[in-house]
Design a protein around this ligand. Structure first.
Ligand SMILES: NC(=O)c1ccc[n+]([C@@H]2O[C@H](COP(=O)([O-])OP(=O)(O)OC[C@H]3O[C@@H](n4cnc5c(N)ncnc54)[C@H](O)[C@@H]3O)[C@@H](O)[C@H]2O)c1
Ligand SMILES: [Zn+2]
Length: 344
């Protein structure tokens, strides 16, 4: 088992990674001094271990469709009926959609009640449940309403992953692959628990320096500028991690084109992403112009096109990348031959 501390002064907490770590829940709840727990679980009830205190179990569903303000309202209503106080605890168990929506409910209920996450997907273990960002979707877009609310503990029980479909595993591997270019050691070939612990350690070190996303946290968006555009352009037929993987290959090529890295490092992007079994080519049916237009709308594109790019001093946010260079690199990206070939 690995323990990764996230050091944020009085908001510090530990992320436990390994088989069976969910069994630490009762100890965590006891240390928090909570008298009651509201457990929101998208997984079967028996997946959540005993909390050691009076517990309300609220079944939930993973998925973007329930990551809404109405779910937050419904959860808070249940917390109130149960008599949950500010010194009690909320527990989430599920994928990143569940940790996000439950995290926001915990941030808002009584202006903030402790929350412990039990993430059950690889993506949620390596990324979504750590770092304190919570959000829900609006019809106008994803993650538009949220809050920073650090959990009190995160228990990444790798036993949960045994039932995860291959595609959801790959989804998380996309986020692990991009760690290679933002300061993690080479994680290829390591056991999954070690890859998760390394990814969480990297995120923790970045969040410790930039809890509220004012600068350095951009690094975590390596591969995400094109990744987000691909998700939208394919109508979310690509999973987030799959799109980020292609975006990572693209970021390598763009950095190469701008003279920031040599060809060997460009090729390393392809090798790393390919190693994790992720597609590296653009889907056949997306138009480069559509991707370009979408990238201009990216949150980080304040003035022009912005990308987190590798370079002599490591990865950094590069603003005002000339659109013609981006278009050229996009045109030269390898393409899947048949439409949907990357969608298994
Ligand atoms: N807050 C953050 O910092 C942050 C970071 C990254 C992503 N996110 C958010 O995370 C969400 C994506 O998370 P996700 O990829 O986990 O998606 P998800 O929550 O939709 O789960 C993916 C699928 O896996 C299934 N599943 C979950 N656990 C399982 C298990 N153990 N066995 C079998 N099936 C299981 C779910 O039912 C679902 O169908 C997005 O909404 C994204 O915005 C947040
Ligand atoms: Zn991501």
């Amino acid at each position: 088992m690995a323990t990764v501390p996230v050091r944020l002064g009085d908001r510090s907490y530990d992320v436990l990674v390994g088989p069976g770590v969910r069994a630490s829940l009762a100890g965590v709840v006891r240390r928090l001094g909570a008298q009651r727990a509201a457990v929101v679980s998208a997984r079967p009830a028996e997946w959540v271990p005993d909390t050691g205190v009076e517990t309300l179990l609220l079944p939930a569903r993973d998925g973007e469709q329930d990551k809404t303000l109405s779910t937050v309202e419904a959860l808070c209503g249940e917390f109130a009926r149960f008599g949950l106080t500010r010194s009690d605890v909320v527990v989430s168990c599920g994928g990143g959609t569940t940790t996000d929506v439950v995290g926001l409910a915990a941030a808002l209920y009584h202006r903030g009640v402790a929350v412990v996450h039990l993430p059950t997907t690889l993506l949620a273990q390596v990324d979504a449940s750590v770092g304190g960002k919570t959000a829900v979707n609006l019809p106008a877009g994803k993650n538009l309403v949220g809050a920073f609310w650090q959990p009190s503990a995160v228990l990444c029980d790798t036993d949960y992953l045994s039932t995860l479909p291959d595609r959801e595993l790959r989804n998380g591997l996309g986020e692990i692959a991009r760690c290679h270019f933002i300061g993690a050691p080479d994680l290829r070939g390591l056991p999954t628990a070690e890859q998760i612990a390394a990814g969480v350690t990297l995120k923790a070190r970045i969040v410790e320096q930039d809890e509220r996303d004012a600068g350095l946290r951009h690094l975590l968006n390596y591969g995400h500028t094109l990744g987000h555009a691909l998700e939208v352009a394919t109508g979310f037929a690509l999973r987030h991690g799959e799109a980020v993987a292609i975006g990572t290959v693209f970021a390598g090529r763009l950095a190469g084109e701008l003279g920031r890295i040599d060809q060997a490092r460009v090729d390393e992007h392809l090798a790393v992403v390919g190693h994790y079994g992720l597609a590296t080519a653009l889907p056949a049916d997306v138009e480069p112009e559509v991707l370009l237009r979408q990238m201009r709308r990216d949150k980080k594109a304040i003035t022009g096109l912005s990308f987190v790019l590798d370079g002599p001093a490591g990865a950094e946010l590069v603003s005002d990348v000339p659109p013609e260079v981006v278009a050229r690199v996009l045109d030269r990206m390898p393409r899947e031959r048949a439409a949907g070939a990357v969608r298994t």
